[in-house]
Design a protein around this ligand. Sequence first.
Ligand SMILES: NC(=O)c1ccc[n+]([C@@H]2O[C@H](COP(=O)([O-])OP(=O)(O)OC[C@H]3O[C@@H](n4cnc5c(N)ncnc54)[C@H](OP(=O)(O)O)[C@@H]3O)[C@@H](O)[C@H]2O)c1
Length: 257
Amino acid sequence: MTGQGLLAGKVAMITGASSGIGAAAARLFAAEGAAVVLMARRKDRLEALAGEISAAGGRALAVPGDVTSGGDVRRTVEAAVERFGGLDAAFNNAGYATVEQSLHQTDDEVFDRTIDVNVRGVWNCLRHQVPAMLDSGRGGSVVNTSSVAGRYATGASAPYVAAKHAVLGLTRAAAADYGQKGIRVNALVVGSTRTEMMEQVLEGSAALEEVFVASQIQKRMAAPREVAEAAVWLCSERSSFVTGVAMPVDGGCGAQA
Ligand SMILES: NC(=O)c1ccc[n+]([C@@H]2O[C@H](COP(=O)([O-])OP(=O)(O)OC[C@H]3O[C@@H](n4cnc5c(N)ncnc54)[C@H](OP(=O)(O)O)[C@@H]3O)[C@@H](O)[C@H]2O)c1
């Protein structure tokens, strides 16, 4: 499993790996030859996934932690370096969203939590991943998960729209800072995808689901793996001249905005 593939020989850190897009990415990165270091808060899920990947012949390490904690993120990067000898790629994908509400009805707590997980989380990751990539002399590739809500006011909650716009800003700033140092930094502009987060946002509403589906040219939601495929490509050498981009994986949603 590790000798060949688009990511053969690479070490990749994936946040939000306990479910949805992150879990699909963990499986796919490993199948493409990467050693994967998995981070999220739910230890049992991470360990089960790491076990599944190892049983299939891959290399995986679960490091439970919270992306809002710089210390937890640093510990995860250190674990990657200690266990697998460095860090070549990162998929900073952990995120938090709430049900849609008007701005004036949204609590300060929701604003703080949404910014903390989505923005500070990516900030913490970049702050600790980049030094490891610079130290190795091998460079690296970082992919941050934004959203169509990072490009447009999609009707998602205002803090989430603001947070995912900020993820694109951090991505571009980091790409500019490290473009000449061998580190590429890109973002995925993700459209509606069938995950636990989506289930929570829909709250069982078939009408809301229809609205989400109708916004895509393809008239369906993505499967998590379809998003993970783009992250694999951006972390691979196949995308060697791609940096600072906000790459849509949105079923054509942005084409008709
Ligand atoms: N689904 C969509 O339609 C959609 C659309 C656009 C963008 N996105 C983005 O895609 C990313 C992945 O979401 P998903 O759809 O795959 O949802 P999901 O299945 O709910 O996954 C979210 C992941 O983030 C982790 N997470 C949340 N808070 C965390 C924290 N403080 N520290 C560490 N990990 C944390 C969760 O794990 P723990 O609970 O175990 O910590 C979980 O693994 C998010 O950034 C989301 O904003 C999703």
